[in-house]
Design a protein around this ligand. Structure first.
Ligand code: ZN
Length: 269
């Protein structure tokens, strides 16, 4: 029901929800909807609201989970600068929903973990394809996961750690951490798949020995770790500095060495 009966009988206020009367919590605050002008009551302490959205989709979500927050709760917490400490990780995301006058996506899957420099959380936005919101240190960043593109080219300082964590890629590896396992042709004569091992896990790369080859795909345990290279710039047939992987430098060193080895093999024939 989108309407209210408020009975000013004695001390307590009641509202009508799903055909039953509910007591308005003692700390209830009146929030006027910025879109419809309707008035709802939010309880900052209970993290509850009298609106239909909260009753229908959010009342069973535990406290301190941002999915419990309808647009009115966000409106109160952000507008009044009263966000509970337990939700501070999501501050940037909640600012964003505040501007759009939306509640937190109620069915979003939230991933959150500690990256050493603090906690990071990310979740899929509304109707936004592959776009995610990434929250870190009070800010929100827009992230297109499949291509690792960031809104306004701005990413959190913990981006690499976050992606490594997500892909299960080991951190802080020595340059020579990858052990050669095998190499095989990948169709065309100059295209190869090389296979290596890191701490017992498989790493696989599709590489090309052609001059000016610009990209390679690298998989770690079957998962693609986005990887672009510009070949043909630097000395010794290696790679330029414009390398990008979630495991540099061991990956670039490994691919450089394998390319050299394969080229030498081809030249000797
Ligand atoms: Zn509400």
């Amino acid at each position: 029901m989108g309407w209210w009966i408020v009975i000013l009988g004695g001390v307590a206020l009641y509202f009508l929800s799903k055909y039953k009367f509910e007591k308005v919590p003692a700390d209830a605050v009146k929030v006027e909807s910025r879109s419809s002008g309707r008035v709802y009551y939010v309880s900052p302490k209970e993290q509850s609201c009298s609106c239909p959205d909260w009753h229908k989709r959010r009342s069973n979500v535990p406290k301190d989970d941002p999915r419990r927050l309808c647009k009115h709760l966000i409106s109160y917490y952000i507008g009044q600068d009263q966000l509970p400490e337990s939700l501070s990780l999501f501050k940037g995301g909640l600012d964003w929903f505040y501007e759009k006058f939306r509640g937190f996506p109620p069915s979003a899957e939230i991933e959150r973990f500690d990256v050493g420099k603090g906690e990071v959380a990310f979740f899929k936005d509304y109707e936004a394809g592959h776009w995610h919101s990434v929250c870190f240190n009070g800010k929100r960043y827009g992230w297109e996961r499949a291509s690792d593109t960031w809104t306004n080219d701005t990413c959190p300082e913990v981006r690499n750690m976050m992606i490594r964590h997500q892909l299960g890629v080991p951190d802080d590896l020595a340059e020579d951490a990858i052990r050669h396992v095998s190499a095989e042709r990948d169709g065309k004569p100059l295209d190869w798949v090389i296979i290596g091992q890191i701490e017992g896990e498989e790493i696989k790369a599709k590489i090309s020995l052609r001059k000016n080859a610009v990209w390679h795909t690298v998989l770690f345990n079957g998962k693609e770790i986005s990887f672009y290279l510009k070949a043909g710039h630097s000395k010794g047939g290696g790679f330029s500095d414009e390398q990008y992987t979630h495991m540099n430098p061991p990956v670039s060193k490994w691919i450089g060495a394998e390319c050299k080895r394969l080229r030498a093999g081809i030249d000797n024939k």
